[in-house]
Design a protein around this ligand. Structure first.
Ligand code: AR6
Length: 176
């Protein structure tokens, strides 16, 4: 398995269902309402239970590229970081917005002293971001964050729903 290691922090990719992962926080690919939806967002709400929606309602939505924290409720993960990816349009703003999702999610993790973080592949499903481009942006952004936050250790897992997604991550992990 390819893995990036730097002074106690790490990034790796695994085929798994993110709702089954025990860690400090999983990162959800939400929408601006934060009120649930399809894809991984729907799976997380179903697995976490109805109290998650109650907490999400009180958050009053989330802008694209930003990130907000809730408890994990019935999930094995303690917390959920909800971020909103860009709807892929091919514009110059897409990569910036997608990078902001990863950066701001890690900032929220650090602010809350969370060290093991599992990311869904933000925007690569319903929001149609090409997986290869999204994987490259995700990994470079996370690596840059790790380097810029050297004295804060994080163990990052990229949750891949299938082997094709893992293949994209592994390809770029080898070159970080
Ligand atoms: N575990 C891990 N990854 C998953 C799971 C799972 N259980 N289920 C899906 N994926 P998507 P988006 C992968 O569509 O593109 C929602 O309706 C999936 O294969 O969930 O950011 C929201 O409410 C894909 O690689 O999120 C928004 O309206 C990745 O998760 C919209 O979809 C993200 O796919 C967000 O679209």
């Amino acid at each position: 398995m390819s893995e990036y290691l730097s002074e106690g922090s790490s990034i790796k990719a695994k085929v798994c269902d993110i709702t089954m992962i025990k860690c400090d926080a999983i990162v959800n690919a939400a929408n601006k309402t934060l009120l649930g939806g399809g894809g991984v967002d729907g799976a997380i709400h179903t697995a976490a239970g109805p109290k998650l929606l109650e907490e999400c309602i009180a958050l009053n939505g989330c802008e694209t590229g930003e990130a907000k924290l809730t408890r994990g409720y019935n999930l094995p993960a303690r917390y959920i970081i909800h971020t909103v990816g860009p709807i892929y349009s091919g514009s110059d703003k897409d990569p910036v917005m997608l990078a902001n999702c990863y950066k701001n999610s890690l900032n929220v993790a650090k602010q809350n002293n969370l060290h093991s973080i599992t990311f869904a592949a933000i925007s690569t499903g319903i929001y149609a971001y090409p997986i290869d481009d999204a994987a490259k942006i995700a990994l470079n952004t996370i690596k840059d964050w790790i380097v810029a936050n050297k004295n804060y250790k994080v163990e990052v897992l990229m949750s891949c729903f299938d082997g094709k997604i893992k293949g994209s991550y592994d390809k770029y992990l080898a070159f970080l």
